[in-house]
Design a protein around this ligand. Structure first.
Ligand code: DON
Length: 563
């Protein structure tokens, strides 16, 4: 039964809750739809489009486009992303892969310095670090194939925000401040983001009329307005003049891919999640398969955490070894997801002793960062969208083609640009993830659905290599009964095989728990700092109650239920 039918059938009292410390606001109760996103203006853009007759997919365009205006540090039309969709009408689940692609002239040596090491500046800053963007193609595809409204209607709130402006908020300002030296190198970026060489002042109204015009062009011309013609020529010319390698053919050849999501079973729950070129779904599958062999109800918290860490360690090892772009790289997906394989991994786990990572074969050492956007949507008909999108590092490459209003991504750094040499997250890799023409770089973004007999959740987060473990812990907490408001606020812990360390947010463990884990041989970096920006919505089908949980770690995060 869909929400509307259930709403008519049932009389349920409205409840509204507000998250702690007056930061994020998350309303919950019966309603028509729920959206949680990193900024209240983006959440409102989605609600507006729903109120105008759009569905969750139109709202996914509206929220995404609004974020490209409001949160350029994290994602935008110069970047890419993954859009996991569920269509209630026929139960179809589809994963729209709008990941960037490597330009045809890509070859590892372009990013090498005189000593054959990766030139980190070229890998992270300026147009050589930019892949061909996927986000505009995702918007046009979703409007054409899944939405109810014309693209123009779904882009309207973002165009208005870009033209009329919004007040500069703390994270927006600090991201520009952090990247100001790089932005200052490029006249397009300087004109867009810097005021006398610095970030704009807090609270001042920030407008981006160029981006409004770019979005209008996409709204009226579709893909052609971005990937072809005069606009494409302008981007290519500016990129090449500043040392990049884009060609018009690269842009004209860009296509989103519709992929089958990975579907997992865990204790009677179905988890629908991200396939390659995300590493998330396979890593989640391995971790759930390992845990499902234990009766966790008989274990205390410390032993449960120990087994969870050991599952993380093993999944991240395999991530490094096997994964890449599925259009080009052969991967043993079925084997990695098989219960038999998990049983083998489980057999290598000691019930109360940490396995040192260097006893497992292979090597990898990722680090994290907090710039990527995730939002979650459920509409009145039960359509769902879980979207994680990014320009990679803060403000991507920092390069703006003059007059376009958006930064280009620096997603090329998610490739193993040179074999065995680390990227910004410390990730290394080899041929499976080499920067070959047309390939998509391996990602950790893991937009997911979690579906039980009574409750359904839509979940995801930014956070670089920590995305996968955050989504893992979020799903486990939801299955254990936490509502989205709590799931997103729960303190998190993380292990990624190498470095061989359990990192934790403040208050993730008590002192006694840390001591007990240390006694088992775990190295615990306790309470270093917070990470991630998780936004989750859920639908309890027995009471027809919607919940929206916005991460309280960011004050602009906003989850709302539309009444
Ligand atoms: O696709 C990836 O895995 C990275 N480009 C994601 C970057 C990210 O999450 C940064 N911030 N949180």
């Amino acid at each position: 039964m869909n929400h509307r039918a259930q709403l008519l059938a049932g009389m349920i009292l409205l409840t509204t809750t507000t998250m702690d410390a007056g930061l994020a606001q998350a309303a919950s109760g019966p309603g028509k739809a729920a959206i949680a996103s990193p900024h209240r203006l983006a959440t409102d853009a989605g609600l507006e489009v729903l109120a105008n007759g759009g569905n969750a997919f139109d709202a996914a365009i509206a929220v995404g486009a609004a974020l490209s205006v409001i949160e350029p540090s994290s994602s935008g039309i110069g970047g890419g992303g993954f859009f996991l969709l569920h269509r209630a009408r026929d139960g179809k689940d589809v994963f729209i892969d709008a990941r960037e692609t490597a330009p045809a002239e890509s070859r590892g040596e372009l990013w090498a310095d005189a000593e054959g090491k990766i030139d980190r500046d070229k890998a992270m800053n300026g147009p050589l670090s930019a892949g061909i963007p996927g986000e505009p193609a995702a918007f046009t595809w979703m409007a054409g194939h899944y939405g109810k409204l014309p693209l123009k209607a779904s882009l309207a709130p973002a165009i208005r925000l870009a033209r009329e402006g919004f007040p500069v908020y703390a994270r927006f300002q600090s991201s520009i401040e952090r990247r100001k030296e790089v932005l200052a190198r490029w006249p397009g970026a300087t004109a867009l983001y810097l005021v006398d060489g610095a970030a704009p002042a807090l609270g001042t109204v920030w407008k981006n009329p160029d981006l409004a015009t770019t979005l209008e062009r996409i709204a009226s011309k579709g893909d052609e307005g971005f990937y072809e013609g005069e606009f494409a020529a302008r981007m290519v010319e500016a990129v090449r003049a500043a040392g990049g390698i884009w060609k018009r053919e690269d842009l004209a050849a860009y296509k989103i891919r519709e992929r089958e999501p990975i579907s997992l079973d865990y204790r009677g729950w179905r988890i629908v999640t991200a396939p390659p070129p995300s590493s998330g779904g396979i890593a989640l599958g391995e971790m759930f398969n390992i845990l499902s062999g234990y009766d966790l109800t008989r274990l205390d918290r410390v032993h449960t955490v120990h087994l969870t860490i050991e599952a993380m360690r093993r999944a991240y090892r395999d991530r490094a070894e096997y994964l890449g772009d599925p259009d080009f790289v052969k991967m043993p997906v079925a084997e990695l997801l098989s219960p038999l394989y998990a049983a083998g991994l489980r057999a290598s786990i000691h019930p109360s002793k940490a396995t040192p990572s260097d006893m497992l074969p292979g090597y990898m050492a990722p680090k994290e960062s907090d710039h990527t956007s995730h939002y979650s949507i459920i509409d009145a008909d039960g359509n769902m969208a879980s979207v994680t999108k990014t320009v990679n590092l803060t403000l991507g490459s920092g390069f703006v083609v003059p007059g376009t209003g958006f930064v280009l991504n620096n997603e090329m750094d998610d490739f193993a640009l040179l074999p065995g040499q680390a990227n910004a997250y410390g990730l290394v890799g080899g041929d499976a993830n080499a920067p070959k023409p047309g390939h998509r770089p391996l990602s950790s973004m893991t937009p997911s659905f979690v579906i039980g007999k009574e409750r359904t959740g839509v979940i995801g987060t930014p956070g670089g290599s920590r995305i996968i473990t955050m989504v893992f812990e979020g799903i486990l907490a939801f299955i254990d009964g936490d509502l989205p408001e709590k799931v997103v606020a729960n303190p998190r812990y993380h292990h990624q095989y190498l470095p061989d360390v359990v990192s934790t947010e403040p208050k993730a463990f008590t002192r006694e728990e840390v001591k007990a884990l240390q006694a088992m041989g775990h190295i615990v970096n306790d309470g270093e700092r917070t990470w991630g920006l998780m936004n989750m919505v859920s639908w309890d089908r027995t009471t027809n109650t919607l919940h929206a949980g916005a991460d309280p770690r960011e004050e602009m995060s906003s989850g709302k239920v539309q009444q």
